[in-house]
Each structure stands twice: as C-alpha cells, then as structure tokens.
Design a protein around this ligand. Structure first.
Ligand SMILES: Cc1ncc(COP(=O)(O)O)c(C=O)c1O
Length: 380
C-alpha cells in the first residue's frame, strides 16, 4: 500500500512507539494518583514525563497547564464550551474542521454570535481584516486552525496571536494539523488562550491522547467531573490544575507510548520536516501539470498536504481508481464542510487529499502521480 493519509492519522508510527507500548503493558503499571504503591507511582511518573516532553515542544507554559485529553476534538470542546456563554461573540474563520465548526453551530443555537474572518481561496486568514473585526467587535474568543486540514495552508498564526494579545482577546488554536508539521509560533508574553491538538498525527503517536495547553489565565470550565485521585474525601471537583480537567482513568499505556514518540520526533524533527516538504513539493509539482485537475493546496507555506479536485464531474471515479491501485488517500469532505463551501468544491463531492509522511518515498510519489495521470486519461 502507498499510504498518503497521514493528515487523518500517521502511519507508520514513530519506530520506538511499539516497544514503549509493550513495555507499558508488560511492566507493572497502576492507575495515576490512585495509590502509593510502586505501580501507581510509576504511572504518575509516566504521566509527568509525558507532560514534560509535550511542554518542551510548545511555547512556554507551566507543566500543570498541559492538560491530557482524548484528542484535539475533546480539547477544543472543553476550550470552547467551557468558556463561551449565551450572549458572547466568537470570531472564527470560514474554513474550520468540524471539531470547531460543530461546537460553534451548537453555541450559535444557544445564543452566541459567530463572526467570520475573511480568508483567501486556500482558507488563509487576511490579517488586516482579522484585526479590523477584533478591533471593532471585541469578540469574547477567537478560534482558528493553525493549518487547514483540506488545503494544508498555514495561517499567519503569529500575527493573529499578536493581534489577539494586543486587544486582550483570548484565543483557541486548533493545531491538529500544524503540530509536528510546522514550527508553532512563540506566544506573546501576555497570551491568554488554549492550544489544542492530538498526538496521533504529526507527532507520530498513538490515537486516544490529545492536549489542551492553557496559556495565561484562560480557564474554561471542565466538561467532565469524576475521580481524579486527588481530594478523594470530597464530592467537589478539585480546582487545581491539571486535575480539574482530568477526571477518570487516563490511557496510561498510550501516554507512555506517546512519550517515546515525542522523543523520536524531537530527535528527528528537522529531517522529518525537510523530507515531508520535499515529498509534498514533488507531488504538488507532478499533480499541478495534470490536465483536468484543480490544485487546492498552495505551492508554498503549507503542511504536507496536497489536495486536488477534478475540473469537471466529481472526484468519485478518480478516488475509486486510486483505492483500486492500493493508494490510500482521503477523498470526500474531510470533516470540513465549511472549507469545501469556502473553496468551492462541494459540487465535485469534495477533494482528494494526499498527505505525505516521514517514510513516504520518491518512488511512491512517482507511482501515485502516474496512477493519477492514467486514471484521468481513462476517465476522459
Ligand atoms: C484541523 C483539525 N482539527 C481537529 C481535528 C480532530 O482531531 P481528532 O480526531 O484527533 O480529535 C482534525 C482531525 O483530522 C483536524 O484535521
């Protein structure tokens, strides 16, 4: 199989992930904070090392502000539902994943006003217009993706963050496609907000673990209440970080494995990033020469995603031919209807997204391009 669906989830995973996972299962591993025996202490240490390694790849924030969740979706739900109330105003973009768009849809039904920034044909926000809305409307929160999951385009995150900070507007960043793919900006000193992502995409980790990193005084209400191993003599949820957000048993085996994955990523990230850039640029060059395709990804300033749609007709036949050739791309709407409305790909049934990984080879890119060319020729 040629696996070009790394934006959905990475494969292969970090080379050291499987052995770390096996070790976390075969060695005694208790439940975090639930007792004082060695196995429970080992679990607490494992979680602490995980938080420290995540902290080391992010713009500085306190260790206890690195909150473990089940994924970017949960992180975004907490960061949005926990902080936005009826009557509030939220600024977003016209090209968000459903992990943002669906919570906002519900919030809108509850009386929250949604404002939409201006973005170009790749979903990249116009920073001057963004600042204008922030200045005039003073939204309660601004929420936006760092990189678009259909086009791969990277937003001007640093400028957007600086603007938010200048007007003291909290932000929620959906970094699901950006983390592990592109350098995240340094946050300004007085930044207030949340950065949300999963471990299973660019960081080459296992599914089931995500992060909500809190900056400044941004403290959404938790959405889940329960046992934390702390304040066990009380029915009140502890208010301390990170416990307030981490009720229930965390997936410690996946956390242990993901600590190893981050270690691998830290050691290799420059080589990984160069390789992915090279492979996706090659694919972009090949596909942009194909008659009958429309390029949906910018040539530069994007993560390892190259998306296309067909000029006439739908993407259905072309994706079926790629699947038949055992080329794993993602076709359709990518859980991002707002992006497809924005970039005008609804009529074609969405797009075909190819997303390269750290092990994608030049030969695989060439084979993919050749299959696309042949399929287009057959469909003519
Ligand atoms: C931009 C973006 N945000 C959020 C998510 C949700 O991530 P997860 O399914 O890991 O929670 C995705 C997943 O593809 C995504 O691409």
């Amino acid at each position: 199989m040629i696996y070009l669906d790394n934006a959905a989830t990475s494969w292969p995973k970090a080379p050291n992930l499987a052995s770390a996972c096996v070790a976390s299962i075969t060695e005694p591993m208790g439940n975090i904070g639930r007792s004082a025996h060695m196995a429970a202490i080992h679990a607490s240490h494992t979680l602490y090392s995980f938080r420290k390694s995540v902290q080391s790849i992010l713009s500085p924030t306190e260790t206890e502000c690195i909150i473990c969740t089940s994924g970017a979706t949960e992180s975004l739900n907490v960061a949005l539902f926990g902080a936005i109330n009826p009557g509030d105003t939220v600024l977003t973009t016209p090209a968000e994943h459903n992990a943002v768009a669906r919570p906002l849809e519900v919030l809108q039904q509850r009386g929250v006003r949604i404002l939409t920034a201006v973005a170009d044909c790749f979903g990249r926000v116009d920073i001057d217009e963004f600042e204008k809305i922030i200045k005039e409307k003073r939204p309660t929160v601004a929420v936006f993706a760092a990189a678009n999951n259909v086009t791969g385009a990277i937003n001007p995150v640093e400028a957007m963050l600086n603007t938010c900070c200048r007007y003291e507007i909290p932000f929620v960043i959906d970094a699901a496609q950006a983390v592990g793919e592109t350098d995240l900006p340094k946050f300004p000193k007085h930044a207030r907000g949340a950065l949300c992502f999963s471990l299973h995409k660019g960081l080459l980790g296992m599914a089931g673990v995500g992060i909500m990193a809190l900056y400044g005084s941004y403290r959404p209400r938790p959405l889940q209440y329960g046992g934390t191993g702390s304040n066990s003599d009380s029915t009140f949820q502890p208010e301390i970080l990170p416990d307030v957000y981490e009720s229930g048993t965390l997936p410690i085996q996946a956390i242990a494995a993901n600590t190893a994955a981050i270690g691998y990523y830290i050691g290799e990230h420059e080589a990984i990033s160069l390789h992915k850039q090279e492979m996706s640029n090659l694919l972009w060059d090949y596909l942009s020469c194909q008659e009958g395709l429309r390029m949906l990804s910018p040539k530069d300033n994007r993560v390892g995603i190259v998306s296309v749609t067909v000029e006439d007709g739908t993407i259905r036949e072309l994706s079926q031919k790629l699947f038949a050739a055992d080329i794993a791309v993602r076709s359709g709407f990518h859980c991002a209807p707002t992006t497809h409305h924005h970039i005008g790909t609804f009529r074609q049934g969405g797009a075909i997204r190819c997303s390269v990984g750290f092990m994608t080879t030049k030969a695989e890119i060439e084979q993919t391009a050749a299959h696309v060319a042949e399929a287009l020729w057959q469909l003519r």
